[in-house]
Design a protein around this ligand. Structure first.
Ligand code: ATP
Ligand code: MG
Length: 416
């Protein structure tokens, strides 16, 4: 295990709390990531000081009251924001998501007991060393996600933890401990009580991760709670093979680069009907750009690849360059997992490069003339003008006309 090196902007906060007789630790994700030798995203501090006491300790600092009722203050230190939270217990999760009550407690061990997984339930301070009440260090070393306490109880308190478990397992390529994984399957319907926004955020962590495929194959019944449309894929055989459409889709997900979310989501849903994809994206409250990407890729995958430069130009005009690029990546992956030749995709890639190399027009906006310049030539505004522009674009794309102002104006007069 790597040693925990607390950054210069966090150390003084621990010292200032301790000087006033309080205990203070760094806790959670930053301890876990440090021990794995990864740079933590942010450092969280926990302490037995109440928010009122913290305000006294940090009276010379800028303090933002982010969540006083939950015990959290944000403290400025050397240009950074650090969240400092009072040790607390949470209870009565009547909505399976939010604790109805939080209770401040004196001991760090109690605070650790409310945390989700053993690897997230360790605290450290230079003064007291590592506090590891639930065996987080052992689980970290053996690559295990295990609930703190009774898994059924912990998932019933907060159903989102089901997806958090899959996210951490996917991110670190860890396994999920047996009792925890049985409990995840048993309690999967709790995800129905979780807001779309929270689920979507977890998916954005799971799908791009290295271990996404293992989770999708290992816990299909969890993902069908999130995507009921995909349930039938588990039972349907994929084209020409013994595996299911679900397994085939998962292989397509893994064929996409790590870190890509939209493309991997498109691969997961690519065996569905357009209408089903639409419903799924709407239910998840997926952002506009990702929705467009996923819907376009799924729909366009069924179309033949462009085979000529004019066809390629029209495709770019319809989808934009980056989307055509993504579409070809998707075509390549889908053909690959289905055992088809990818030669056609390679040709289309050459075509794309060729078309992008030359000066070309993809939409009427790229033409060397504008509606105004045509009007100056005496062509009246209105639908007729639009038709002339579209005809010019078609001829430029077909390479029968040069995208050159004089040539275009001459041809416009002929058409009109
Ligand atoms: P990441 O690097 O993804 O931010 P993290 O461990 O820092 O990972 P956070 O969601 O930022 O995760 O939460 C910080 C800590 O708070 C966790 O390490 C865990 O101890 C605790 N925690 C967060 N969410 C929950 C939850 N839903 N149930 C129990 N404990 C939680
Ligand atoms: Mg965090």
């Amino acid at each position: 295990m790597h040693e925990i090196r607390i950054p210069k902007y966090v150390k003084p906060l621990l010292r200032e709390l301790e000087r006033m007789g309080h205990s203070a630790y760094v806790v959670g994700g930053c301890v876990r990531d440090s021990m794995l030798g990864k740079e933590p995203m942010d450092w969280d501090v926990c302490t037995d000081a109440t928010p009122e006491q913290m305000k006294i300790v940090f009276r010379k600092r800028k303090v933002i009251e982010t969540g006083v009722q939950h015990g959290t203050l944000t403290v400025r230190s050397k240009g950074h924001n650090v969240e400092v939270t009072t040790f607390r217990l949470e209870s009565d999760y009547s909505d399976n998501r939010h604790p109805d009550r939080v209770e401040f407690v004196d001991r760090v061990e109690e605070d650790l007991s409310r945390r989700d997984f053993t690897i997230n339930a360790m605290a450290y301070s230079p003064k007291s060393g590592l506090v590891d009440t639930f065996g987080g260090q052992t689980d970290l070393a053996s690559g295990m996600i295990r609930c703190v306490g009774e898994p059924d109880v912990r998932f019933r308190e907060d159903g989102l933890r089901i997806l958090r478990a899959l996210r951490f397992a996917a991110r670190f390529q860890f396994s999920i401990e047996t009792e925890t994984s049985y409990s995840i399957r048993r309690n999967r319907l709790l995800l129905e009580n979780i807001s779309a926004e929270r689920i979507y955020k977890e998916l954005q962590g799971i799908l791009p991760a290295q271990g996404a495929g293992d989770m999708l194959l290992g816990f299909p019944e969890v993902f069908t709670v999130v995507f009921p449309e995909t349930e039938r894929l588990i039972g349907e055989p994929a084209e020409g093979g013994r595996e299911s459409k679900w397994a085939r889709s998962v292989r397509a997900v893994c064929g996409m680069p790590q870190g890509s979310f939209g493309l991997r989501l498109a691969m997961l849903l690519h065996e569905l009907e357009d209408a089903e994809v639409n419903t799924a994206m709407r239910r998840l409250k997926c952002d506009h750009a990702t929705t467009r990407l996923v819907k376009t890729i799924v729909a366009e995958l069924r179309q033949p690849l462009p085979g000529t430069r004019p066809e390629m130009r029209r495709l770019i005009g319809r989808l934009t360059k980056p989307l055509v690029h993504d579409l070809l990546t998707a075509q390549c992956v889908v053909k690959g997992v289905n055992g088809h030749s990818t030669a056609g995709v390679r040709e289309a890639r050459y075509l794309l490069e060729e078309v992008l190399d030359g000066f070309a027009a993809y939409t009427v906006r790229d033409l060397a003339v504008t509606g105004e310049s045509l009007m100056e030539e005496g062509i009246p505004s209105g639908p007729g003008l639009g038709k002339v522009l579209e005809q010019l674009l078609r001829e430029v794309q077909d390479e029968t006309l040069k995208n050159d102002k004089d040539a275009l104006l001459k041809r416009a007069r002929e058409i009109f």
